[in-house]
Design a binder for this molecule. Structure first.
Ligand code: C2E
Ligand code: MG
Ligand code: MG
Length: 551
């Protein structure tokens, strides 16, 4: 339960002393971690048993005590001032070796004057932002483990969503029980956990610690009379080697996790060191140049659906490269190499040409795909030949410019030069549509959105990873839906992997989406086969694949 859940309840108006302890006691007891409520003056009124136990006191002893008595002496004196100036939440140290006490205001729904102070002692199990805050405060070396439970969908499909949730709860308890002292964890997305292990870990050391964790986590368990054998994939990153801020470290661990999905590698990977970029460049630059000249590249098409109706509204074009010697390459790897070696303009031209030729061929065969999304990188906008080529190619293939959506990642949008911005405006005037891609991974914010003529925002999958249960992500998406509607921009959620994410996105009013749960990236032939179905309506089936619906 979160602060948002508590505020949603009819909080009593009136003087703090009038707080009826009975129902609130029950609510606090049911929270996932130790919690207490204090009044505006900072006097403890309701204390959960877990909260008292953690502080080595009894609830009776603590009730009526000042909050100031709980925290370390240095913070003690300035507390009233801190509380008055507190906007959202405040973290205060209770003891040097323990996670800090978190304070946040709860405003009574029916009385502006009465406000209550919620005190929480995060367990080893935290909320994501608390984990991030602790990482920032900690400052020292850590290992970050990104664990993903395998086949949760299967459990949900066979035993129901509640059973899936129960399984994750059991695993969270197991995790809390087997973590070394000082380690912390949080739920990350539906089937994922993040674990922070303080210390300067060698790669052997961290793999050994992980081994211990996994053997406890992967013990068989019985759920609704079924015996389950949970299995995890894990990505590991270490600070400072893989990043000294939380963002880069998290990305490194996530990337390592994603690589475990690509067989035949094992189910646990360490993040690659920073010099990996250089090694990739050395290894891939030459073969990529050859592939660009010859037949090495291919396109995949990932359907984009209107969520409410499952109607296919377009597809995103994704570049694929299967080198005869090196094998299939990870797109973000070779795209980065193409940018670093200035081959991205040539690659971009190849993608545009192949995508438009395919779209025109489908048109001629009567298999019309309304709209196509093409990823472009900022460097392509700097290329003097890039923009005229795009326009010329659209005309040559007899297509209308408004069927092409140019996707530009938020991180690129922030760094655009004045010339590139002019080019974007020019493209918009010519009828091309513009999309801000991976929204939420950069820091452009909504302001940038209104400064450039975007007709689409693609919300990065990290912002919807926990949308089915995290009130913060839900609130953020709701704000995005409202802003997008107000500025006439279409919102597309990326990376929808579970039916519950889909349901939540629908109920929050997000209109469009793409993701493995709806449809994976398809080959041109698969896409054409699906387009040729007379109904043209798509639905995700229970196994997460795509089939063409009846209606
Ligand atoms: P993107 O533009 O955000 O493309 C979406 C990526 O998310 C694709 O990865 C897609 O396979 C993946 N994806 C789709 N649904 C899901 C899902 O449900 N869960 C998860 N975890 N992932 C999902 P891909 O193909 O590996 O491409 C990665 C990135 O490489 C793209 O991100 C894009 O930035 C870049 N890229 C791909 N093709 C091109 C291209 O032709 N030109 C340029 N400049 N960049 C490209
Ligand atoms: Mg994209
Ligand atoms: Mg994207």
């Amino acid at each position: 339960m979160t602060a948002a859940d508590l505020t949603a309840l009819p909080f009593p108006a009136g003087e703090p002393a009038a707080l009826p302890s009975g129902p609130w006691q029950g609510l606090l007891e049911r929270r996932g971690h130790p919690a207490a409520l204090a009044d505006r003056q900072g006097v403890l009124r309701v204390v959960s048993a877990a909260f008292a136990r953690r502080l080595g006191r009894t609830t009776v002893e603590l009730q009526g005590q000042p909050v100031a008595g709980l925290i370390t002496a240095e913070q003690h004196k300035g507390l009233q001032g801190l509380l008055q100036g507190m906007r959202q939440e405040l973290m205060l140290p209770v003891r040097a070796d323990a996670p800090p006490l978190r304070l946040s205001w709860l405003q009574a729904a029916d009385a502006a004057s009465a406000a209550w102070l919620l005190l929480e002692l995060p367990d080893q199990r935290l909320e994501r932002r608390a984990l991030e805050a602790l990482f920032r405060d900690h400052g020292g070396a850590v290992a970050l483990l990104h664990l993903q439970l395998q086949q949760l969908d299967l459990v949900q499909g066979k035993l129901g969503l509640q059973a899936g949730e129960a399984l994750l709860e059991v695993l969270a308890h197991r995790l809390a029980g087997c973590l070394p002292p000082g380690a912390l964890f949080c739920r990350e997305g539906g089937d994922r956990f993040l674990v922070l292990l303080p210390g300067d870990w060698s790669s052997e050391g961290v793999l050994q610690a992980l081994d211990g964790l996994l053997s406890a986590l992967e013990e068989p368990l019985t759920l609704s009379e079924h015996v389950l054998e949970p299995a995890f994939h894990v990505g590991v990153a270490r600070s400072p080697a893989d990043g000294s801020a939380f963002g880069p470290l998290h990305r490194a661990a996530t990337r390592a996790l994603e690589l475990t999905h690509k067989p035949p590698v094992s189910a646990c990977r360490l993040a690659e060191p920073p010099e990996r970029g250089l090694q990739l460049r050395e290894r891939l630059a030459g073969p990529l140049a050859i592939a660009l000249e010859g037949e090495g590249l291919e396109l995949a098409f990932q359907p984009i659906l209107e969520l409410e109706s499952s109607r296919l509204v377009g597809a995103e074009v994704l570049c694929r490269w299967d080198d005869p010697v090196l094998g299939r390459q990870v797109p973000s790897d070779f795209i980065n190499v193409a940018v670093a070696t200035e081959q991205i303009s040539a690659l971009g031209r190849w993608v545009v040409e192949a995508a438009l030729a395919t779209l025109a061929a489908w048109d001629r065969a009567g298999h019309r795909l309304e709209r196509i999304g093409i990823n472009i990188s900022a460097l392509q906008l700097e290329d003097p030949q890039g923009m005229p080529f795009l326009r010329e190619a659209v005309v040559r293939h007899g297509l209308a410019t408004d069927r092409v959506v140019l996707e530009l990642a938020e991180a690129d949008v922030i760094a655009l030069s004045a010339r590139a911005v002019d080019h974007l405006r020019d493209l918009h005037r010519q009828g091309f549509r513009l999309a801000m891609d991976d929204f939420g991974t950069g820091y452009s914010g909504l302001k940038r959105l209104t400064q450039l003529p975007f007709s689409q925002v693609k919300v990065d999958r990290s912002l919807i990873a926990a949308i089915d249960y995290d009130p913060m992500q839900q609130a953020m998406l709701m704000a995005l839906v409202t802003t997008a509607a107000g500025s006439g921009v279409d919102l597309v959620a990326e990376g929808i992997e579970r039916s519950r994410q889909l349901q939540m996105l629908q109920s929050l009013g997000c209109r469009y989406g793409q993701g493995f749960h709806l449809a994976p990236p398809l080959s041109a032939a698969e896409m054409e086969a699906a387009l040729s179905e007379p109904s043209g309506r798509w639905r995700a089936d229970a196994a997460g694949g795509v089939r063409v619906g009846e209606g």
